[in-house]
Design a protein around this ligand. Sequence first.
Ligand SMILES: Cc1ncc(COP(=O)(O)O)c(C=O)c1O
Length: 389
Amino acid sequence: MRRQSGIRLAKRLDEVGFSDIVQIRNKVMALRAEGLHVHALHGGEPFFETPPDIKYAAIKALVENQTHYAPSSGVLPLRKALADKLAAKNGIHVTTDEVIATVGGSQGLYAAFQGVLDPGDDALVFSPYWTPISDLVTGAQARPLLVPTSTARRNGIRNTLEQFSTPQTRAIYYNTPQNPSGLVFTRAEAQEVAAFAIERDLVVIADEAYEDLLYDGAHVSIASLPGMAERTITAFTFSKTYAMTGWRAGYAVAKEPFMTALRKIVLYSTNGVATPVQYAMIQALTTPEAEIARLREEYRQRRDLLVAGLNEVGLECPSPAGAFYAFPNAEKVHKNSRTAAQILLDKAHIATIPGSVFGAQGEGHLRFGYAITLKEIEDCVEALRRFFA
Ligand SMILES: Cc1ncc(COP(=O)(O)O)c(C=O)c1O
């Protein structure tokens, strides 16, 4: 038998894709480089800069030589501040050993899927979902089982999860508020997911990246529900609340045995978060809730402006309850969402993300990110009016 070439990738990467969103971002950059004005609604970055006190905390840490190796799970004052925040804001009561600093929410999610799934396992994923999730599942040599969220909300969460699960199902990915739809699960729905997880002895991988961007009612952390702390790994990020996307700052919370898995994966992938960044995280956690509420109102204004504009031109869009994305039906542009996105980019110079990149259940929609200035939203709405005129 001929020996396979050594110049090849590990098989576990065969099914792992490379983000479509990054490819769209590259295309927008290329158009801009040609001198074209592009209405940039394809992104997911806050409209404001990282607050100065957070930047100065990192500078101070550098000047004070906080430039050495730190404990790979995070310095104690950070883990203490995180445990306090989780108790006060999320109703998740943990020790400083049950929380770990991660390189963005992404590393927390990567470590969670790697730490829970074995080859051949299945993971239930409400769809549409944030694109990297299916790659994180397949990268663990497991299979994502897409659960249509709208069907689940209509027919009952528990029944639908039951219908889509298999004997190999080990985990449920639970994201609220959601990217790309802006949907927020209710407390009753969280309880249904929790009841199903307990009944079927499943692990919940919770993604609460948008916990502070919820326009009505309170955010419910599924790990705070009875019986859930021991079977939930929750990933959080500083990216969205504090406009820290480029800092790569996040954290995860879990009990044993999962914390051991998270620690091993963080240790052997990055050996922790950059030390000065950890001091910036401590500062960020001192941000008054009133300031976070003020920013939320800024986002609400943007949401209302964009959603009104979309509905006015006939891109039917319910008002999203959370996050900073609108997810209208785009069939009026084209039935195929990739074609619709291409048409809007070519003809109206509006960059969006085709719904199909978020799973088959996203087809027929486009994602518009509204974490941009009010003026940029007004200009985009005007461009839509011209396009449909
Ligand atoms: C749903 C969701 N989870 C997690 C993340 C992770 O963000 P980061 O790695 O910047 O913390 C994002 C970022 O867009 C997201 O949309």
